[in-house]
Ligand binder design. Structure first.
Ligand SMILES: O=P(O)(O)O[C@H]1[C@H](O)[C@@H](O)[C@H](O)[C@@H](O)[C@@H]1O
Ligand SMILES: [Mg+2]
Ligand SMILES: [Mg+2]
Length: 296
C-alpha cells in the first residue's frame, strides 16, 4: 500500500498557513468580500500543493465555480473547500473551516479539516485513525436514535421541494424523538462533531464533494459509519450522506428521511442559453417510488 503521509503532513501545514489569512479587504458587498477571500485561500492552497506535487490534480470549489470541469479520476487528487461556512464567515459566526481531502484511484487516503476560529485541526489517514490536534478521536458509539443529537444543514437551496423536504425531515426526526437537531453552518465541522462524539449523526442531501470528502474519512477513522442517505454505499460524488456513531443510527436515519432529487457532482453542468453553466443545483427526476414508504 502506498504511503501518502508526506502529502498528509504537507496538506496539514498548508491548511494551517492558509488559515492564518486574517486580513480581509473591504469591498462593496459581503458577497464580493467573501468571494475574494474564498478564491484567495484556494489559490494559496493549490499553488503551494502543485509546486510540491506537480503531477497531482485538483477539485476546488472556487475553480469549479469559475468553470473548471469537475472530474474525479484515478490520479492523485486534492479535493478542496477553501472556506466551508462562507455565510458564517461573513456574519462572524465562529465556525469556519478549510477542508482538504486527498483521493487516489477514487479512494480517499486522508482528510484534513481545519476549523480556523476554534484552532482545531482534525485529520485522518485511511487505516490509521482520526485525530484532533494530534489526540485520537472517537465517535460516541451511540446506537439508540432516541438518545442522539443529530446535525444537518439548511443548505443553499430555496425552492419549495427542497425546503419542504428539509423541514419535514427535521420534523420526522424530532418526532422520533431525538435529543436535538443542530446546524453549525459548515458541513465539514458538523461531521467532525460526529467524529469527536459531540453529535451522534449528520445527514444531508445537496452538499458537494469538497464539503464532505475530508470529514467522511475522519468520521470513519474515528469508528463511525458513513453511508448514502438511503443507507447504502457512500459515493462522494452523489451529494447524499449520513455520518453516524453506529450502523443502527445510520440505518434509522435512512429509514426516516425522505430524499429529493439532486444532480451528482460529476454530472455535466446544465446548459444555459447554449453555454455551460456551473449550476449544480438539486434538480432532476422526481423522488423514487419507494419514498412513499418512508416513516412519517
Ligand atoms: O459554500 P460553503 O460555505 O463552502 O459550504 C456550505 C454550503 O454552501 C452551505 O449551503 C451549507 O449550509 C454549509 O454547511 C456548507 O458547508
Ligand atoms: Mg463548503
Ligand atoms: Mg466553500
Amino acid at each position: 500500500m502506498a504511503d501518502w503521509t508526506d502529502c498528509l503532513n504537507f496538506g496539514i501545514s498548508v491548511a494551517k498557513r492558509a488559515g492564518e489569512q486574517k486580513e480581509v479587504k473591504l469591498k462593496s458587498s459581503p458577497a464580493d468580500l467573501v468571494t475574494e477571500t474564498d478564491q484567495r485561500v484556494e489559490k494559496i492552497l493549490i499553488s503551494a500543493i502543485s509546486t510540491r506535487y506537480p503531477q497531482h490534480r485538483f477539485i476546488g470549489e472556487e475553480s469549479v465555480a469559475a468553470g473548471e470541469r469537475l472530474q474525479l479520476t484515478d490520479s492523485p487528487t486534492w479535493i478542496i473547500d477553501p472556506i466551508d461556512g462562507t455565510v458564517n464567515f461573513v456574519h462572524r459566526f465562529p465556525f469556519v473551516a478549510i477542508s482538504i481531502a486527498f483521493a487516489v484511484n477514487k479512494q480517499t487516503e486522508f482528510g484534513i479539516v481545519y476549523s480556523c476560529v476554534e484552532d482545531k485541526l482534525f485529520h485522518a489517514q485511511r487505516g490509521r485513525g482520526a485525530f484532533l490536534n494530534g489526540e485520537p478521536l472517537h465517535v460516541s458509539g451511540q446506537e439508540d436514535i432516541s438518545r442522539c443529537v443529530v446535525v444537518t444543514e439548511i443548505g443553499a437551496e430555496r425552492d419549495d421541494l427542497a425546503l419542504s423536504t428539509l423541514t419535514s425531515n427535521i420534523f420526522r426526526l424530532l418526532k422520533l424523538p431525538v435529543h436535538g437537531v443542530r446546524a453549525l453552518g459548515t458541513a465539514a465541522v458538523d461531521m467532525c462533531q460526529v467524529a469527536m462524539g459531540g453529535a451522534d449523526a449528520y445527514y444531508h442531501i445537496g452538499m458537494h464533494c469538497w464539503d464532505i470528502a475530508a470529514s467522511a474519512i475522519i468520521v470513519r477513522e474515528a469508528g463511525g459509519v458513513v453511508t448514502d442517505t438511503d443507507g447504502g454505499w457512500f459515493d462522494v460524488m452523489s451529494r447524499r450522506v449520513i455520518a453516524a456513531s453506529s450502523s443502527a443510527v445510520a440505518n434509522r436515519i435512512a429509514q426516516v428521511i425522505r430524499p429529493f432529487p439532486c444532480r451528482r457532482d460529476d454530472e455535466e453542468p446544465l446548459q444555459s442559453g447554449g453555454q455551460l453553466t456551473a449550476d449544480r443545483k438539486c434538480a432532476g427526476p422526481l423522488m423514487k417510488s419507494d419514498d412513499t414508504n418512508k416513516t412519517h
